[in-house]
Design a protein around this ligand. Structure first.
Ligand code: SF4
Length: 174
């Protein structure tokens, strides 16, 4: 079975079936989505051969500090790099690794960004729901999904393990 066929099977049959069975078995929706993101990530890591000339890192808007007044969704370079949230660090990483960085307020904007940039691969940070729908929507572009942490509840001052994101970037971009 070729690598692209394996991914096709997973996206067209495996993922919808597992999701339907999981819901029927009353598995918690978020847990189920997390499981599917995990399977996707393993599959991408196993099958992706590269090369990547255009890698896109997508961050959720809620990773920005709530009190920050700078508008980074239009242009992430508006960030003043105060260091109060991880955005500054990710700008540094994107410059070092020469990758595209985008901050999205929702699935629609994220999809439009992918249509515009046309990346070879994506590293995306978001919650379970946004990640699973985003990964599905941008198929066949390979995406590694990383779950955000929500110590203050959903969509507010969320966090992410920076090393995990860098590891995913390094997987694609070296
Ligand atoms: S690092 Fe950038 S986005 Fe984050 S709080 Fe500071 S200025 Fe705002």
């Amino acid at each position: 079975m070729t690598n692209s066929f394996r991914r096709w099977i997973f996206f067209k049959a495996g993922m919808p079936l597992l999701y339907a069975f999981g819901l029927a078995a009353r598995i918690d929706r978020e847990r189920l989505q997390g499981l599917l993101i995990n399977i996707n990530n393993r599959l991408v890591r196993k099958t992706w051969k590269g090369p990547v000339t255009r890698l896109l890192l997508m961050l959720p808007h809620c990773i920005q500090r709530s009190e920050c007044k700078v508008r980074i969704t239009f242009d992430v370079n508006n960030c003043e790099r105060c260091g109060k949230c991880p955005v500054a660090e990710f700008i540094d990483v994107s410059e070092r690794k020469n990758l595209k960085l985008s901050v999205a307020t929702g699935g629609g904007i994220a999809r439009r960004t992918v249509d515009k940039i046309r990346p070879d691969a994506v590293v995306a940070v978001a919650c379970e729901r946004d990640l699973i729908s985003g990964i599905r929507d941008i198929y066949p572009v390979p995406a590694l999904g990383i779950l955000n942490e929500r110590p203050f509840g959903p969509c507010f001052n969320t966090r992410v393990d920076v090393d995990t994101v860098i590891d995913a970037i390094t997987f694609f971009a070296g």
